[in-house]
Design a protein around this ligand. Structure first.
Ligand SMILES: [Zn+2]
Length: 115
């Protein structure tokens, strides 16, 4: 792989409470099922947060990543549920999109992928 599949973003959000939430580091990846970015985080005091092997090229993330309709603009049944292991994303059977039940490589990020 020549480009990373994760991008690091730091959100300094005024509406968050607590000192460590103000430096909220998120890891963003492009979801090939939904067609746009999802994120996870490893720090802060609030859940959810994840374990991550610190590899932006071949990430492994635990536990699973669940994106639901409340968190996104996917629509009423817009559930996207996945495990990321060794740079690949495994979509569980409760996903709304056509990649449910499949495991595919996470796409390398382009400069234009700027969510
Ligand atoms: Zn997705």
């Amino acid at each position: 792989m020549s480009e990373p599949v994760l991008r690091v973003r730091v959100y300094a959000s005024d509406f968050m409470s607590g000192e460590d939430e103000k430096e909220d580091i998120r890891y963003v990846f492009h979801c090939p099922g939904c067609g746009y970015g999802h994120w996870f985080k490893t720090g802060g005091t609030k859940r959810p947060k994840w374990e991550f092997n610190d590899d932006l090229y071949r990430p492994t993330v635990r536990p699973s990543i669940l994106v639901n309709a409340q968190a996104t603009h996917l629509g009423p049944n817009g559930r996207c549920h996945s495990f990321i292991t060794d740079g690949r994303i495994q979509f569980l059977m409760d996903c709304w999109h056509d990649l449910r039940g499949m495991t595919v490589d996470l796409p390398e990020l382009e400069e234009e992928d700027c969510w």
